[in-house]
Design a protein around this ligand. Structure first.
Ligand SMILES: *[C@@H]1O[C@H](CO)[C@@H](O)[C@H](O)[C@H]1NC(C)=O
Length: 409
């Protein structure tokens, strides 16, 4: 998640000098900031440029240092350098072979199954998982501890639930950088796929290779929120022998903080394979409510309304009303503010929910202060209820090939 908070402490020039100087003890990592001959630290070398999209119509070539500076200033972007084909098929589809809009159920209809399952969501599991997950010094996607945290998460997903159901395909999705994304696929009767996402990496925006990035809220909270929903869903399927109508996948993306790299890699491959994704919900920051409460506002789920699929977002509002104990508040976060943007670019309906109105979201993120102590597990539980409700509802929805969801008359 990107913050709108502006950090003006360090100018871009001083950051370059600082990182140049501080990179000396870490020669194996200097490629991040300086291209050219390894080990030779020279600010004369022209740094590699990356192509970023700041909006659907605004692109720019910038260095990695400039990307960090943009993030510090609160700009959202996608770094599309390695994924310039993402969305091509979608963008160049002619009107006649455009996929019809997916239609969702008008209202939730799986209450009989979902309501008792909600009781099984346990915030103690989320706390335990988050304590371990944030104990890695940083989950920066290009760091050794970022690789280790991803390996731990894979193991944790497996021992939490995936091993209970032999049909589940749980796999790392490797990248050209050190930290893998993770996909847990629960095959349904159809190949229509519902994706539930969060990002596993963290970043310290001042000195990513040097400073700690506990990333408790961003996005450790989303990571453990969807894992808890996954646990209850899979345990239910294993105990009942029930198979969902549609395929449901849980994704933990790497390198969101570098410009949505992990999710772009995954949705590029899904687009190439012609995968039929009928819905994607991203959750990035699900635990911070202090600012909302201090302002005397009601604790709510923040439903993002810009750059999302309106029909899916409508359905998510219904799911919150049905299954959560708190209301929602409509809010906006700008272009490419999290990984749902990658799904959307591939032509898949995507949506995004966050802990509060965007302006009341956690301002400790991207620093050493993104700590558990500022978070509410009661609030995360509300997001877990939404996640489980949505996954089960859309997992069981009858999507029609031509017109999406078919309403029986
Ligand atoms: C999950 O656990 C099972 C049983 O312990 C093991 O056979 C399997 O390889 C594990 N899968 C992954 C992806 O780690």
């Amino acid at each position: 998640m990107k913050s709108l908070i502006s950090y003006s402490l360090l100018s871009l020039a001083s950051v370059s000098q600082l990182t140049g100087a501080i990179m000396v003890p870490f020669p194996e990592q200097e490629h991040m900031f300086i291209t050219g001959k390894s080990r030779e630290i020279s600010t004369q070398d022209a740094p590699e440029k990356r192509l970023i999209h700041l909006s659907p119509t605004e692109s720019k070539w910038v260095t990695e240092d400039e990307k960090l500076e943009l993030k510090r200033q609160g700009f959202n972007f996608m770094d599309v350098t390695d994924y310039q084909h993402l969305g091509y098929e979608n963008a160049f589809r002619t009107a006649s072979d455009k996929k019809p809009d997916v239609k969702y159920p008008p209202k939730p209809e799986q209450q009989t199954t979902v309501k008792p399952l909600l009781e099984k969501l346990d915030k103690k599991n989320m706390r335990g998982n988050l304590e371990k997950f944030t104990s890695f010094y940083t989950r920066y996607a290009k760091s050794e501890t970022g690789r280790q945290s991803s390996e731990w998460l894979l193991k944790r997903i497996n021992e939490t639930a995936a091993h209970l159901l032999p049909s589940i395909e749980l796999k790392p999705f490797p990248h050209t950088w050190i930290q893998s994304s993770i996909i847990a696929k629960i095959p349904g009767k159809t190949k229509k796929t519902v994706v539930i996402g969060a990002h596993q990496d963290s970043i310290n925006l001042f000195l990513p290779f040097l400073l700690a990035a506990p990333g408790s809220d961003d996005d450790g909270s989303g990571t453990v929120t969807i894992l808890e929903a996954f646990r209850v869903l899979v345990t239910h399927l294993a105990e009942t022998g029930e198979q969902l109508e549609n395929t449901v996948e849980f994704h933990w993306y790497s390198a969101e903080e570098l410009g949505l790299w992990g999710s772009q890699a995954i949705f590029s491959s899904y687009e190439k394979e012609g995968r039929d994704v009928v819905a994607m919900l991203q959750q990035d920051m699900t635990g911070f409510v202090k600012k909302t409460l201090d302002a005397g506002k009601p604790e709510s789920v923040g439903v993002i309304t810009d750059y999302v699929d309106p029909a899916l977002t409508e359905f998510i509002k219904e799911v919150i009303t049905e299954y959560c104990d708190i209301p929602y508040v409509l809010t906006q976060c700008g272009y490419a503010c999290s990984d749902h943007a990658s799904a959307s670019k591939a032509g898949y309906p995507s949506a995004f929910v966050i802990e509060s109105a965007f302006s009341d979201s956690d301002d400790h993120i991207h620093t050493t202060e993104d700590k558990i102590e500022y978070l509410s597990f009661d609030h995360m539980l509300q997001h877990a209820k939404l996640t489980l409700g949505l996954a089960y509802e859309l997992g069981q929805a009858k999507f029609d090939d031509k017109s999406g969801y078919s309403v029986e008359l």
